[in-house]
Design a protein around this ligand. Structure first.
Ligand code: ATP
Ligand code: MG
Length: 557
């Protein structure tokens, strides 16, 4: 028999189910975010997995808001999630659902369990429930309310629904087994009292279902075939199956996979929330945030994120993925597609003393050497240009292949220049360089075989525009912020955003649009920030040019 090649273990399970006609050959998945924060790159993994797997088997994938906790949820998160899933490139068609639309149904199911004597109203406080639960090594204790009659439970539960009791004074619990080896089976709470309005159901409910009770019902109601979730829910599967079996309703197959972790990053909405609320970042879409909104603003494309997710694979064991891989994916794409332009981030003026005072030349510059079909543009050149401060050294060592007194370099697309004079202010700071150019080197080469080692980017002083740039580094100093119970806030990198507000760019950048991607020659990949306006152009650096991942890859090959 030929062994089939599967691309991951989830597809292997699905293909077996299709073969055995388990769900009538159907494949139906869902992405079930709780609208209590913005989506992050970890969610992207779940989105790609659910939508792409459904697509592969001609199935369907729902977008479902798991909105069962009004204390933390908000309409603004619903909107951001919808925007982000669309942006990533996935389509739920007409299947946008809310767990809150099933609240009536869930209530009916709870009543059914009470009638079967499989659920009871309990008056223990949250603390007491915890104490009664026991531990991994010792059994729990029955609640004193466990043996209430069915009639009393029905009546109390209805009164809970009607809002007659205080928050926290009662719960509805499943009646399973207080000495079950799996703690999730020790009479888990199904409903809690919360007099809190909900973004969809307003004041209709004063009881809300817990995650464990609600989640398996949502999957069942929607006819999900394969419920893909992260590993921490493996221990809950037995409880989900108990609920659905007791109710005698449709049961999906839950399959767990390892969540995505990234170095130098935290991926938990609780922690990301703390960064936003504490003012450690500028908001959920701060370009340093691992949120999809942040990555988008940083210049990441949906393609690069899907590519990244694909490369991380689907596994059964937890691991931390190197941030360099994410950067590699965007570089790979931008190297192919980004328009090459010149911008000087820390300008130093150069006067070309033998160049005619009022002359301006329009020189040809290729837009992308990787894509000749992108053509060339004209860039202006004149007697005064800016180069990068760091491209000049007065006492340059031999191996400094840039500009120094008496040395010759190439200005990209333009001419060879030689430094003749260094002009300083009264404090000895270099304010200007004087150079001569070689008119026979137009375009940046000569036919006399002369070699120059360095090629510098530059802009025309007369024609350039002012821009600001933001250079980003890791948001955290440590590979695993918050590891070993340390406070992840203490690991914040004070240099995670460096703003340079006196940069000079070639004039073509004045027409930059938000969706444009640029390579600033020798400086990295950049995109326009949404806070820009005509008089204040701000560019975010998406990534540097140096690719540490491709080095790692080469080493391991
Ligand atoms: P967080 O801990 O960030 O709040 P969550 O799991 O509580 O995440 P949900 O909104 O409940 O957030 O997640 C929606 C879906 O995304 C779930 O199916 C969850 O398993 C998945 N998911 C969340 N984080 C990751 C991750 N880091 N890697 C893969 N999948 C994830
Ligand atoms: Mg959650």
């Amino acid at each position: 028999m030929v062994k089939k090649e599967y691309s991951n273990f989830i597809e292997e399970i699905i293909e077996k189910d299709i073969e055995s006609n388990r769900y009538g050959g159907r494949v139906h998945t869902r992405f079930p975010p709780e609208p209590n924060g913005y989506l992050h790159i970890g969610h992207a993994k779940s989105i790609c997995l659910n939508f792409a797997t459904a697509q592969k088997y001609n199935g369907k994938c729902n977008l479902r808001f798991d909105d069962t906790n009004p204390l933390k949820e908000d309409k603004k998160y619903v909107n951001s999630i919808i925007e982000d899933v669309k942006w990533l490139g996935f389509d739920w068609e007409d299947r946008l659902f809310y767990a809150s639309s099933y609240f009536d149904k869930m209530y009916e199911y709870a009543v059914l369990l009470i009638k079967k004597n499989k659920a009871y109203v309990c008056d223990l406080s949250a603390d007491e429930i915890r104490q009664y639960r026991g531990t991994l090594t010792s059994p729990g204790k029955d609640s004193p309310y466990r043996n209430r009659s069915i009639e009393e439970n029905l009546e109390l539960f209805e009164r809970m629904k009607n809002g007659e009791f205080e928050d926290g004074s009662k719960t509805l619990r499943a009646k399973i087994d207080m000495s079950h080896p799996n703690l999730n089976m020790r009479d888990p709470v199904m409903y809690r009292i919360l007099h809190t309005p909900h973004h969809k159901t307003a004041n209709k409910w004063s009881i809300y279902p817990t995650y464990d009770w609600a989640h398996c019902l949502e999957d069942s109601i929607e006819g999900i075939t394969h419920s893909l979730c992260t590993l921490e829910f493996a221990d809950h599967r037995i409880l989900y199956e108990w609920f659905l079996d007791e109710l005698g309703i449709y049961k999906p197959q839950q399959i767990e996979f390892a969540r995505l972790n990234l170095t130098y990053t935290v991926l938990s909405k609780r922690k990301l929330n703390k960064l936003v609320d504490g003012g450690y970042v500028q908001g959920w879409d701060d370009p340093r945030m691992p949120t999809l909104a942040g990555l988008r603003r940083r210049g990441y494309t949906p393609e690069s994120i899907r590519d990244f997710v694909e490369r991380t694979g689907v596994t059964k064991s937890d691991s931390v993925v190197d941030y360099a891989l994410l950067e590699h994916c965007i570089r790979d794409e931008l190297n192919r597609n980004a328009k090459r332009v010149m911008a000087v981030l820390e300008p130093l003026k150069v006067v070309i003393t033998n160049y005619p005072e009022d002359e301006v030349e329009e020189l040809d510059a290729d837009n992308n050497p990787e894509k000749p079909e992108d053509g060339v543009r004209k860039i202006p050149f004149c007697r005064e240009v800016y180069i990068e401060k760091e491209d000049f050294r007065e006492d340059a060592p031999k191996k400094f292949f840039r500009l120094a007194p008496g040395r010759e370099v190439r200005l990209k697309h333009a001419y060879y220049i030689t430094c003749t004079d260094v002009i300083k202010d009264k404090n000895g700071n270099i304010v200007e360089l004087h150079c001569t150019y070689d008119p026979k080197s137009k375009g940046g080469w000569t036919d006399d075989g002369r070699k120059v080692r360095g090629t510098l980017h530059w802009v025309s002083a007369k024609h350039c525009i002012d821009i600001k740039v933001r250079l980003y580094n890791h948001l955290f100093k440590d590979e695993e912020p918050g590891k070993d119970d340390s406070d992840f806030i203490e690991s914040l990198n004070p240099d995670s955003c460096v703003v340079l507000d006196n940069c000079k760019a070639e004039p073509s950048l004045k027409d930059a649009k938000l969706e444009d991607r640029f390579q600033f020659l020798r400086k990295g990949y950049f995109c326009l920030d949404k806070d820009s306006n005509k008089n204040n152009l701000i560019f975010n650096r998406t990534a540097t040019l140096k690719d540490s991942w491709s080095k790692i890859e080469k080493k391991t090959k």
